[in-house]
Design a protein around this ligand. Structure first.
Ligand code: MN
Length: 255
């Protein structure tokens, strides 16, 4: 058995996604790579689990599987049933498109890393903040930058119950200015539900278009990416709002 760390890679864009191959290539110098990814697009499936039908993993080679399930299913199956031993790290991505602000609540990419974290494994989610139509060529220039980033991240002592959510700006590797530790910004959608007609003239509603407006402090994820920096946001598993908890006494006494 190799003494290199075992690294599990998953994503939400599916086993054929370019970003998954980029992450696999970037992580290869860092350890023994295992891949377990959905057999199809699973973006915006968040942390959903498949409970009501069985899953049929297909083994593609010694360390690669595709699963007819969600990103969370993939990480759970890989860790509990498919890999010979648990991984030391879970990397998820590289997602085609950013996962900043409220995105993290919908993201299957972040959820796969979150599942790693739930299982007690240090986990990193990576997303490429690029326009899907012309992103692939730029993403391919970033393999070395991602290797360098991950090499650094895996040497860190990960804080408890914390995953690292990475967003990479959509600029060629040579133009990335550095790394910023950030907090989540706020994204406001407008007109994200579009009223349309199907080919038979019946009304349908399509979620996901519209325009996006970002707000947030200077240390927000979207500002770092807009300025050409890689954004690293520590995300905590515990969503408890501690300030409210601290004022609970006053809360209940207020009529
Ligand atoms: Mn995706």
């Amino acid at each position: 058995m190799s003494d290199k760390p075992r690294i599990l890679i998953s994503n939400d864009d599916g086993i054929l996604a370019k970003g998954l191959r980029v992450l696999q290539e970037a992580a290869t110098p860092l350890g023994e790579i295992y891949v377990c990814a959905p057999d199809r697009e699973q973006s915006a499936t968040s942390h959903s689990l498949t409970l009501h039908h069985p899953l049929r993993p297909v083994q593609l080679d010694a360390r690669r599987w595709q699963v007819d399930g969600t990103p969370t299913d993939c990480v759970m199956l890989a860790c509990a049933a498919l890999m010979p031993e648990r991984p030391h790290f879970v990397f998820s991505g590289v997602n085609h498109g950013p996962n900043m602000g409220e995105d993290v609540l919908y993201s299957g990419t972040v959820a796969a890393a979150m599942e790693g974290l739930v299982l007690g494994i240090p986990s990193v989610a990576l997303s490429f903040a690029g326009n899907q139509l012309r992103a692939d060529a730029v993403l391919e220039t970033q393999v070395e930058a991602i290797t360098d980033l991950l090499r650094h991240l895996i040497t860190l002592k990960f804080p408890a119950e914390t995953l690292l959510n990475v967003n990479i700006p959509a600029v060629p590797s040579s133009e990335i200015k550095g790394i910023r530790l950030t907090r989540l910004g706020r994204r406001t959608f407008s007109e994200s539900v579009t009223r349309m007609k199907d080919p038979w003239g019946r009304e349908i509603l399509w979620v996901g278009g519209g325009s996006v407006h970002w707000t947030g402090s200077d240390d927000s994820d979207f500002r770092a990416v807009a300025d050409g920096y890689i954004s690293v946001t520590p995300l905590h598993l515990d969503l408890t709002h501690r300030d409210v908890l601290a004022s609970a006494e006053a809360w209940w006494r207020t009529p």
